[in-house]
Design a binder for this molecule. Structure first.
Ligand code: GDP
Length: 500
């Protein structure tokens, strides 16, 4: 039965690509990243720019996408949203997100950041452009299917190769590290008092799952900002919130022992295996394997703010993410799916929190974090690049008097209501000049230097969250695409090469 449905799926995919061939070039672009990395803001900004780039309201204004060649060369004709191909995937709520960013009802003072990604969604954009000279010049179309999904789900891939006993052992070992142990104490204490061979009780399973989820959430919180926290659906359940598929937890069991079928250990193992076959596999088979290109958004600043342990954890998580792109070599995973992604872009987001003198340093830090993992994907045939960007630039730059010392390079924006630096608490209405701290020249230093609780003499970063920028309106009242940093470089790498 499974084989038949797989064949049917393959046949549909082939038919779809034939349709696509006749309609012009087609790219399925995956947009992922851990929660709050900036996926929703990135996709909203992408659509804003590409649907408005050639609109009359921008005529006579400076081109804000100079590195996106098809546009810089004056060959982009139009960009428009179209009905998406998959009826069973929710649509990316672009219109709602655009209204949030620009202010509900056109009222700029109501502008807020859009609702973040919680599940998979997609949207189709069709770009018309003029082909460059050559044998057959003329009008062409690029269809871009953008698929937004939580990066937490990618971290589930390694589970496919792990037995319940192995996964339990790894999770318990991770939870005993110095930083995580206090957060895991309640969950580990509860499990330690349960006998894995005793008869299964639903109450015990539910309580263990609740405590395990609470531990993962605490790790993810702003203070710790850990990244490597599978299973992905425990933090990002999508449509599975409250479902029995998520009612299990790691358990200290003996891998060489056979537990009675009605025991706690056996039941937890059964649920873990069900999670793998009913949740993890279908995601990779039905969605991930169909992607052509991928951008992985990374909130490196949040990890920097939390300190070296968070940075090391982020490095592990990025390594796990890249495992997904490497899959398809000869291992168990390749029987489930074979990725065909040929370009991967890692992007450090929210670069507008920093002065431009630190943008290259942020890029260097992300390059350093992904270096080992990128080395491992070499030979798979995918091109990988790294960039620092801000999909929506909420700040401008200024030099601020350094109290007798040299002038400091600061960013000016409106910090969100409740954000604070030291004793100063912001009200969400007033602009402030913030000196975010300089990123180190040597990327390796981020594993050494402390974050916001830095001791004297160590680097102290001060990243506060800002409100979205005031929208700029054209003469006809329509909102112009928001300012950005290096978004055009991302466009060029992700699909610009197909628009020659
Ligand atoms: P998602 O969970 O990956 O969908 O994350 P979002 O796109 O919702 O972004 C989470 C939060 O990060 C937003 O609410 C903003 O506060 C912030 N953010 C995202 N992108 C940017 C950006 O380009 N600039 C700034 N200043 N903040 C951003």
């Amino acid at each position: 039965m499974a084989l038949f449905s797989d064949l049917l799926f393959e046949a549909r995919a082939v038919a779809q690509s034939l349709v696509n061939l006749s309609a012009g070039t087609h790219i399925r672009l995956g947009v992922t990243g851990l929660s709050r990395a900036g996926k929703t803001v990135f996709i909203t900004a992408l659509i804003e720019h590409l649907t408005k780039a050639t609109s009359p309201s921008l005529r006579g204004r400076k081109n804000t996408l100079p590195v996106f060649r098809v546009h810089a060369e004056g060959r982009l004709i139009s960009g428009a949203l179209e009905p998406q191909p998959d009826d069973n995937v929710p649509r990316f709520a672009y219109e709602e997100h655009e209204e949030a960013l620009n202010g509900e009802g056109g009222k700029a003072e109501r502008r807020i950041w859009p609702q973040s990604t919680r599940r998979i969604s997609e949207v189709r954009l069709r770009l018309q452009y003029q082909q460059k000279g050559g044998m057959n010049p003329g009008r062409r179309a690029l269809t871009l299917d953008i698929v937004d999904y939580p990066g937490e789900w990618l971290l589930d891939l390694p589970l496919l190769e792990k037995s319940f006993a192995q996964w339990s052992q790894d999770s318990l070992a991770a939870a005993s590290g110095a930083a995580r142990a206090p957060l895991a104490a309640q969950w580990r204490g509860f499990c330690a008092q349960r006998d894995p061979s005793a008869k299964f009780s639903e109450d015990d399973a539910r309580r263990a799952a609740e405590l395990f989820t609470a531990y993962l959430r605490a790790c993810r919180g702003e203070e710790f900002s850990f990244s490597s926290l599978p299973p992905g659906r425990f933090l990002m359940p999508g449509d599975l919130a409250g479902s029995p598929a998520l009612t299990f937890s790691p358990l200290a069991i003996d891998p060489n022992r056979a537990y009675p079928p009605d025991s706690l250990a056996a039941m937890m193992e059964r649920r873990y295996e069900a999670y793998k076959s009913h949740v993890v596999k279908p995601f990779f088979r039905d969605h991930f394997s169909r992607l052509d290109r991928q951008i992985v958004l990374v909130d490196a600043l949040a990890a920097l703010n939390a300190g070296p342990a968070a940075m090391r954890d982020l490095e592990t998580a990025l390594g796990d993410v890249l495992t997904a792109f490497r899959a398809g070599r000869s291992n168990i995973i390749s029987t489930v799916f074979r990725p065909k992604i040929d370009r991967i872009l890692f992007a450090a987001t929210k670069a507008d929190h920093l002065h431009h003198t630190s943008h290259d340093r942020l890029e260097a830090i992300l390059r350093h974090l992904t270096a080992k993992a990128i080395e491992r994907v070499k030979g798979v045939g995918a091109e990988v690049d790294v960039i620092a960007l801000a999909a929506v630039r909420a700040t401008r730059e200024a030099k601020v008097n350094g109290h007798g010392g040299p002038a400091l390079e600061a960013v000016i924006g409106t910090p969100l209501d409740g954000e604070r630096i030291g004793d100063e608490v912001f009200d969400g209405k007033t602009e402030a000049a913030i000196f975010p701290g300089e990123l180190p020249q040597d990327p390796k230093a981020v594993f050494r230097d402390a974050g916001r609780n830095a001791a004297p003499g160590e680097v102290d970063y001060r990243f506060v969250r800002f409100r979205p920028p005031m929208p700029i309106r054209a003469a006809d009242g329509s909102a112009l695409p928001p300012p950005h940093i290096r978004l055009d470089r991302a466009f060029q790498f992700l699909f610009g090469d197909k628009m020659t």
